[in-house]
Design a protein around this ligand. Structure first.
Ligand code: NAI
Length: 398
């Protein structure tokens, strides 16, 4: 690994993700060079990193000398030229295909021939970004989760032309960075942003319906949040989590995944969330989302009815398992990687495929078939794999 530590890492974009990724790489011992077109962002990122490293030192997780050394290993510039000596560059700029393609095309002619070019995109196709380069075989997706220094998951996404040795090197490097890498096929949402869609989408759907016994308004949302936490063991409920992620980000990811799946009804966004997005009710960061976070607001009480809670939980869980099973069926990733992605990327209490094994595929298929017959909607079609499992009685894990 001595060789690995000597690699020079470039980061493009000093926003939330770029700054965190730079910190991760510098903590491992790499020299890190950051390029951002906005000098004010670079100065702010450096100040914030200093504060976050000092905090880690106060907590005893680093010595003050180490914190200083990490900060000193990071250099930044408003010029892309700073990246010319890099061995690996991770792009974390605005989520816009044309702007990313322009940056990759410029990089391609600036950097060394053997420099790996990675994108941290959460929803764009790696293949489409790579197509802007003369040498698309060196382009790969390295998708970190927010906050990058704390979240262990990294989705490694080869595009159609990516050289397999670059995939192998990326897995080794991310392991060296003490991350948990999983390899995902270049499909919309990769693993996490695809498999997690029903956690939000089905919860909103239940809320929107004149639904058996669910209280109206915020009390209904609080009841769904309560069911997922109390009965499901999730750390946060769907509405709390959407308000934390931001309804601007969450809505945009949903819409992008839906469009990229050629408008598959399973991923259809909801008007409820779109209206929040349009009104600027993004969640905690704007003081109002599904819930009201103003100082005078009174948080709604959930209706703690376990029968109702179990119905809500089973409906959402069945949809999540269906998505995970389909991701496996369509070769998006291995069984182990799909489960690891959800536990390490979004803190699910259990891998969804393992959960299915414990409950029985027949139970999940029954739930989905029931929903499909009630609603007559494609949204609830059970995965072919789950149907086979229920019929032939086999499991994901032996
Ligand atoms: P951000 O808005 O915090 O930071 C983006 C930075 O890129 C800004 O500082 C901006 O000045 C800079 N920038 C924009 N265009 C540029 C260009 N052409 N050249 C150089 N610098 C440029 O964005 P954030 O949230 O850090 O996201 C970055 C990327 O990471 C996006 O692709 C996003 O989808 C992805 N991502 C975001 C996550 C999140 O939770 N925020 C999680 C995982 C991935």
């Amino acid at each position: 690994m001595e060789e690995t530590a000597k690699l020079i890492i470039g980061v493009i974009g000093a926003g939330t993700m770029g700054s965190g990724i730079a910190q991760v790489a510098a903590t491992v011992g790499h020299e890190v060079l950051i390029f951002d077109s906005n000098s004010a962002v670079l100065a702010r990122a450096s100040d914030e990193r200093k504060k976050s490293l000092l905090k880690l030192a106060e907590k005893g997780k680093l010595t003050p000398e180490e914190a200083n050394a990490i900060q000193n290993r990071i250099l930044s510039s408003e010029s892309m030229k700073i990246l010319s000596t890099c061995d690996l560059i991770i792009e974390a700029i605005v989520e816009n295909a044309e702007i990313k393609q322009k940056v990759f095309s410029d990089l391609d002619s600036l950097v060394k021939n053997n420099c790996i070019l990675a994108s941290n995109t959460s929803s764009l196709s790696i293949t489409s970004i790579a197509a802007a380069c003369k040498n698309p075989s060196r382009v790969i997706g390295l998708h970190f989760f927010n906050p990058a220094p704390l979240m262990p998951l990294v989705e490694i996404v080869p595009g159609l032309a990516t050289d397999p040795t670059i995939v192998k090197k990326s897995v080794e490097l991310m392991t060296h960075w003490k991350k948990s890498p999983v390899v995902a096929k270049d499909t919309p949402g990769f693993i996490v942003n695809r498999v997690a869609r029903p956690f939000y989408g089905e919860a909103i759907r239940i809320f929107e319906e004149q639904w058996n016994g669910l209280p109206a308004g915020e009390k209904g949302m609080a009841t769904i949040d309560w069911a997922m936490k109390e009965i499901g063991g999730f750390r946060m409920g769907p509405f709390e989590l959407m308000d934390l992620i931001g309804n601007d980000i969450n809505y945009t990811v949903t819409e992008t995944v839906w469009k990229q799946f050629f408008y598959d009804p399973r991923y259809k966004p909801s008007l409820t969330q779109k209206r929040l997005f349009e009104s600027g009710r993004f969640g905690k960061k704007t003081g109002r989302g599904y819930y009201d976070y103003s100082p005078s607001a009174i948080l709604p009480e959930a209706e703690k009815n376990s029968e109702l809670g179990l119905k809500i939980f089973m409906r959402i869980l069945a949809m999540l398992i269906n998505e995970a099973a389909d991701a496996l069926y369509y070769n998006v990733a291995t069984c182990g990687d799909i489960d690891m992605a959800m536990t390490k990327g979004v803190n699910y209490p259990k891998g969804l495929l393992k959960w299915c094994d414990e409950l029985g595929a027949d139970i999940i298929v029954k739930e989905l078939t029931g929903l499909r017959s009630t609603y007559s909607e494609e949204r609830y079609r059970p995965s072919v794999l789950l149907q086979q499992m229920a019929k032939e009685n086999f499991k994901f894990y032996n």
